[in-house]
Design a protein around this ligand. Structure first.
Ligand SMILES: Nc1nc2c(ncn2[C@@H]2O[C@H](COP(=O)(O)OP(=O)(O)OP(=O)(O)O)[C@@H](O)[C@H]2O)c(=O)[nH]1
Length: 806
């Protein structure tokens, strides 16, 4: 198995893991065992120490009892000797004699101090080991213990009554010191003795230093206390034996309980869990193998088992899991590959067997090894008859050796050859074939086989021949038709040229007439404009037009009218309309006419129309109108238009029953101005007078020039009351008279002379008449004229009403 490098580097084998875990377990077990052994050893030591301490107590009980007994016996022995002497009876006996006597008796060597008291308790004799007698130890003359206050030393005191002859019964007191020396003598090796009297250390087997000793920790010694005697005030003997302590009792008890538990825990964690995990992984491996053997597929369940087995360390189980997965995948892939190969072989086999083409396979020596059924049908040879033969056997001898040499050269050089060849069948009949020969190579590139495909082309050659004949016939036909077509083409070209020239003529004619045309194609909702139409609308000819774009060019005020006319035309009404368009900010007038075609159901099929630029015509019409109805100098309505307006005013008066007023005006002394400065200056005054007249009246009123220096002002729709109407007319007439009487400043230039301003005073005579619908225009004008004449007569610059004439 070829492991990925990364896996190798992380690899931790099960044996290594097991060794590590066992080593850890063993180490921990040894530690636990050592601890247990230490505990047991400590228990044994403790037990031995207890036993030894008990032995020591027993021993010292014995030793103390013995000591007490010795001391008592020594005291009694000494008393016996004193009773046999008579020295104490004789008061004359001095202390020197007595000391000599006791020295002989050896008392000084036995006691630290020896006292003889008489019956009154008076010291008769005292003797001490250090020879001091001046200050003997005293006590309350009884058996027991005495602690000397000055030195703090403790003594065991024995009292014995003694016969003192004439003096009666006295006492003998013997003092045995309980001091360091005594305890040192009593102590065994490794044992420390301390005497305590009334809770105070008074002597130690270690000497004076021992009294202060606290160097040994309490837990490292076994300490026992022993009463010296049964007396209450007796000192106590403290016996100390050192013990080697390893663990305390608490540790001992906790340790004893914990060790098995910890051991179990270690085993569980170190081995149990690990073993359980490995077992689970191995089980997953088993599951994966079982899964694969059952389904023979890499199922999701198998993958899950493999993942489970791979979980944890990269170890042998992991290796096996990877190997199983890889093996399963390879097996599945191999099986698929095998199936594919089998299918391919089956396919090739069926192709080989069922091919309509003849196939022949030879080995590298060009010996036939297989032929397909088509070959057998074509040649009439059975496979057994041709196996091992050279395909040369099929040659009909038509091809030359050079042909075959070239064929083999091509096969060697290119791996294949294709060409036409004639072969004969078993019956000896020759047939033409299209043949392809390919060489087959092994993995090393060596030729192993040759495969030849034969396609019988007899039929094709026959049809080729027929085709050739047919083609020749067709070519003849085409040649004939071509001539006819060329002739027709020439005619067409002539007609086309004629058409082009006519179209050019049409364009020219349209341009001259300023008459464009358009055509509506309903099928694609397109509007085709002639060049002249584009020119009229001021648009480049490459703009693709439609109805909406056309409407954009129509003057804002005419849009509705145009659209209504077009909608009406779509309903079958004639389309002939004049309207304005706006081209580059300028207004143009066009006339549009159209003819629309509909089907039986009334659906629009197509339409054709003309657009004529009638701007000039409109302008001329306007000029004519101006000339017909307006005065060319002052631009005021002329007499003809005045007549018309007067007629309208009379009609209005008929409807409203209100009066109108007509004023006839004639400038006073106008002629001299003409005579002095010429007609041109007179014209300027007439223009100025006309403007002043317009400024004096309402828009609905009419100011007209009647001729020469005569003007007419017509006020319409004044009032139903005559007096009120007269008053209103008078006010306006007065306003006019006053306005025209203001001086005129006329700028005058005569030929090459410099410009000069002429000031002129001019008045006006006004004749006024009211009118209603009952009169004729002529009579109204006549009345006003008569009134004006009267105004002139009365000195000019006057207003005169017709009514005042009578
Ligand atoms: N400049 C000029 N003069 C005109 C025009 N038409 C008429 N006239 C002159 O106007 C004058 C009219 O004269 P009248 O009204 O008869 O005489 P007048 O001087 O105004 O005297 P009264 O009307 O009586 O006050 C004539 O001399 C005409 O030649 C015109 O279009 N231009």
């Amino acid at each position: 198995m070829d492991w990925p490098f990364s896996l190798k580097s992380r690899r931790r084998s099960i044996s290594r893991q097991a060794v590590i875990r066992l080593a850890i377990s063993l180490g921990l077990f040894v530690i636990a065992l050592s601890y247990t052994s230490a505990l047991l050893y400590k228990m044994a030591l403790n037990k031995a120490a207890h036993e030894r301490a008990a032995d020591l107590v027993a021993f010292y009980q014995f030793r103390l009892t013995q000591l007490e007994r010795d001391w008592e016996l020594q005291t009694r022995d000494f008393k016996t000797r004193i009773e046999f002497t008579r020295y104490l009876e004789d008061p004359q006996t001095d202390s020197i004699n007595l000391r000599a006597f006791f020295t002989i008796q050896g008392g000084g060597a036995r006691f630290y101090q020896f006292l003889v008291l008489d019956k009154n308790g008076q010291t008769r004799f005292a003797m001490r080991k250090d020879g001091q007698f001046s200050n003997p130890l005293k006590q309350n003359q009884s058996n027991g213990w005495y602690r000397e206050p000055s030195t703090g030393k403790l003594y065991r005191v024995f009292l014995e009554p003694i016969w003192m002859g004439n003096s009666g019964v006295g006492k003998m007191l013997a003092f045995f010191p309980v001091d360091n020396a005594l305890l040192y003598q009593l102590a065994s090796p490794g044992v420390i003795l301390i005497a305590r009297y009334q809770n105070e250390s008074v002597a130690s087997s270690l000497g004076s230093e021992g009294l202060k000793h606290h160097t040994v920790k309490s837990e490292t010694i076994e300490r026992r206390e022993l009463p010296w005697t049964n007396e209450l005030e007796a000192p106590k003997l403290e016996i100390e034996a050192p013990v080697k302590t390893i663990f305390s009792t608490l540790e001992l008890s906790i340790g004893a309980g914990m060790i098995p538990f910890v051991d179990a825990l270690i085993l569980w964690f170190a081995l149990g869990t690990w073993l359980m995990l490995q077992t689970r992984r191995i089980k997953a491996l088993g599951g994966a193998v079982a899964e694969f053997s059952q389904h023979q597929e890499v199922t999701s369940s198998l993958k899950q088992n493999i993942r489970q087995a791979q979980a944890g360390n990269v170890d042998e189980i992991h290796d096996v899991a990877v190997a199983i997965e890889s093996l399963a995948q390879q097996t599945v892939e191999q099986r698929l590959q095998h199936v594919r190969e089998e299918e391919q072989i089956r396919l090739w086999s069926s192709v080989f067997q069922s091919s309509a083409e003849s196939i022949i396979i030879t080995d590298r020596d060009n010996k036939i090894v297989a032929v397909n059924p088509a070959f057998q049908r074509r040649t009439g040879y059975l496979q057994e008859e041709v196996l091992g033969q050279n395909p040369r056997m099929l040659s009909c001898g038509r091809e030359q050796p050079e042909f075959y040499a070239a064929m083999w050269q091509s096969i060697k050089a290119n791996g294949f050859w294709q060409g036409e060849i004639w072969d004969s069948d078993k019956a000896g009949t020759s047939h033409p074939y299209l043949m392809t020969i390919s060489s087959v190579h092994d993995d090393a590139g060596e030729i192993t086989h040759y495969v030849g495909y034969y396609t019988d082309i007899s039929e094709r050659m026959r049809s080729d021949e027929e085709l050739k004949q047919h083609r020749d016939h067709l070519e003849e036909l085409v040649a004939g038709r071509t001539l006819a077509l060329e002739d027709a083409n020439q005619k067409l070209t002539l007609q086309s040229n004629l058409l082009i020239s006519r179209e050019a003529d049409l364009h020219r004619a349209q341009a001259v007439a300023k008459l464009g045309s358009w055509r509506l194609d309903v099928s694609n909702n397109s509007l085709y404009w002639s060049d002249e139409t584009y020119r009229i609308f001021g648009l480049p000819t490459d703009v693709r037009m439609n109805y909406e774009l056309f409407l954009l060019a129509v003057h804002e005020d005419d849009k509705m009218q145009v659209d209504q006319a077009w909608q009406a035309a779509l309903q079958g009404k004639p389309y002939d309309i004049e309207h304005r368009i706006v081209v580059a900010g300028k207004i143009k007038w066009v006339r549009e006419q159209a003819e629309l075609m509909f089907d039986e159901k009334g659906n629009l099929l197509d339409g054709i129309g003309t657009v004529q630029d009638i701007t000039e015509k409109k302008q001329m019409e306007e000029e004519v109108r101006q000339l017909a109805f307006y005065d060319s100098l002052t631009k005021l309505p002329n007499r003809r238009l005045l007549d018309d307006r007067l007629g309208q005013a009379m009609d209005a008066s008929k409807r409203s029953d209100c009066y109108g007023a007509l004023m006839f005006l004639d400038l006073d002394n106008f002629k001299p101005l003409n005579d002095t400065y010429g007609h041109a200056l007179g014209d300027l005054l007439l223009i100025e007078a006309a403007e002043r007249l317009i400024s004096c009246v309402r828009e609905i009123d009419t100011v007209a020039r009647f001729g020469g220096d005569e003007f007419v002002v017509m006020l319409s729709n004044l009032d139903a009351d005559k007096a009120k109407s007269t008053s209103q007319a008078t006010i306006i007439a007065e306003k006019i008279r006053s306005a025209l009487a203001n001086p005129y400043f006329l700028i005058f230039k005569h030929r090459n002379e410099p410009e000069k301003t002429v000031q002129h005073h001019c008045t006006v005579s006004i004749g006024v008449t009211l009118f209603m619908h009952s009169e004729t225009p002529e009579s109204i004008l006549k009345k006003a004229d008569m009134a004006m004449f009267q105004a002139k007569e009365t000195g000019r610059n006057n207003i005169h009403h017709y009514d005042e004439l009578s």
